[in-house]
Design a protein around this ligand. Structure first.
Ligand code: SF4
Length: 411
């Protein structure tokens, strides 16, 4: 089912200065007028040879599309503009580098129902549609969001919901990209209300780039609707402080005022945000608009994204330059999402320099060594657990702990 009539006549100009406020702030107009064909990019930007070749190679290989709003943030002359590098393809995307996969996280193999990925015991990923407001050059789901826009069929969503209803271990549902906030309020509310009706689901999370690339979509009606389904969390995806505009601040403010905790999942993109200066500014600006930095991902090895992936050592170096220099609240978890579905693996600088029987030698952010004495008493069992959890079935925490212990015994 086509969601928006993309065949509508294009206006003569998509520049902010040439469009009246009411039209510009209409999110449906923004979606209808996404720029997606090479001729339009050619008219709007001074393209490099690599970009021109990337745009020519795109049809059938990967999706291109950008809202007039996000396009307006682009430096039209500079190919290193961090906004431009996220949406204008280059010829490098046609090459498959070592280790790159179409489905780098093995999501398709862990799918028990259409649009559902169930990899971790207590949480699932649910895709409600395959449309995004923009198509990011680093996307790890480009195989799914690379085709014509459509909602996931209602029958398929019903199958996914049926799976959730029957699976009591699932406590947390992440509804993500395609971008769920590009659905109309009533369609999104149907999905949220069906998930919320399931008694064992504690938390609903939404993953969205809408505050970044279509902030006019966020209004008080949407926020009021979302707030009906608390506890509901939103994780967004700002990668560069250039994306933090007055419109983006307003969108995040409306969501935060509705009591929705906001987090940010950035991707560390080579030559886009792979500098200390950029990251510090990004993290500071996020906190200022009540968005808590959550993850900083090393790029997934998705087909055609090698040129945007940052070496692991650089990622560690950048975190080292942030931790201790900024509030702990600003420091995201640096993670690699393990290829093939191994889950998120945190990595970072080494601060434990030596670990003896009764003391550790630690290094602080200034490189100063300090000694930390272990406590003399080591029994960490919690006697009150038996009282507090009386009558509850045991969970699998102990089994998991035993599993980890066994791993070490074997080595
Ligand atoms: S918004 Fe998210 S899912 Fe959509 S193209 Fe960008 S990274 Fe991929």
């Amino acid at each position: 089912m086509t969601l928006i009539d993309l065949g509508a006549t294009r206006p003569r100009s998509l520049r902010r200065a040439d469009v009246d406020d009411a039209t510009w702030n209409d999110w449906r107009w923004q979606l209808r007028n996404r720029v997606d064909d090479p001729a339009a990019f050619e008219r709007l930007l001074t393209l490099t040879a690599d970009e021109r070749a990337g745009l020519a190679a795109a049809p059938g290989l990967f999706r291109v599309g950008v809202t007039p709003y996000y396009l307006d943030l682009i430096d039209r002359e500079n190919p290193f503009c961090p906004v431009r590098m996220q949406i204008v393809p280059t010829i490098h995307e046609t090459r498959q580098a070592r280790g790159e996969l179409l489905d780098p996280l093995g999501e398709d193999a862990a799918s028990p129902a259409p649009g559902l990925t169930h990899r971790y015991p207590d949480r699932v990923l649910m895709l409600a549609l395959n449309r995004c407001a923009i198509y990011c050059r680093h996307c790890n789901r480009r195989r799914m969001v690379g085709h014509e826009d459509h909602s996931i069929a209602k029958d398929d969503l019903e199958q996914a919901l049926e799976y959730l209803r029957g699976n009591k271990r699932v406590k947390d549902v992440l509804i993500s990209g395609g971008d769920p906030l590009t659905l109309a309020d009533d369609k999104l509310e149907w999905v949220l209300s069906e998930v919320r009706k399931i008694p064992h689901i504690d938390i609903i999370r939404i993953g969205t780039r809408v505050p970044v690339c279509l902030p006019m979509r966020v209004d008080h009606d949407l926020a009021r609707m979302l707030a009906k389904y608390h506890p509901l969390y939103i994780n967004t995806h700002f990668n560069h402080p250039k994306e933090i505009t007055p419109e983006a601040r307003r969108a995040c403010g409306i969501l935060a005022d509705a009591g929705i905790p906001l987090g940010n999942q950035a991707v560390l993109l080579r030559r886009v945000n792979s500098s200390v200066r950029v990251l510090r500014r990004l993290l500071r600006e996020l906190l200022k608009m009540r968005v808590r930095p959550y993850y900083l991902f090393l790029g997934d090895p998705a087909f055609g994204t090698d040129h945007l992936r940052t070496p692991v050592g650089k990622g560690i170096e950048l975190i080292e330059a942030i931790r201790g220099h900024m509030s702990g609240m600003a420091v995201p978890h640096l993670v690699i999402d393990a290829p093939g579905g191994g889950g998120k693996i945190p990595i970072g600088p080494q601060y434990v320099m030596a670990w003896g029987a009764d003391r550790l030698v630690l290094r602080n952010f200034e490189g100063k060594l300090v000694t930390y004495h272990e406590p003399e008493q080591r029994d960490c069992s919690v006697p009150y657990d038996e009282v507090f959890f009386a009558g509850e079935p045991g969970d699998d925490v102990d089994d998991e702990a035993r599993g980890v212990a066994a791993l070490f015994e074997d080595t």
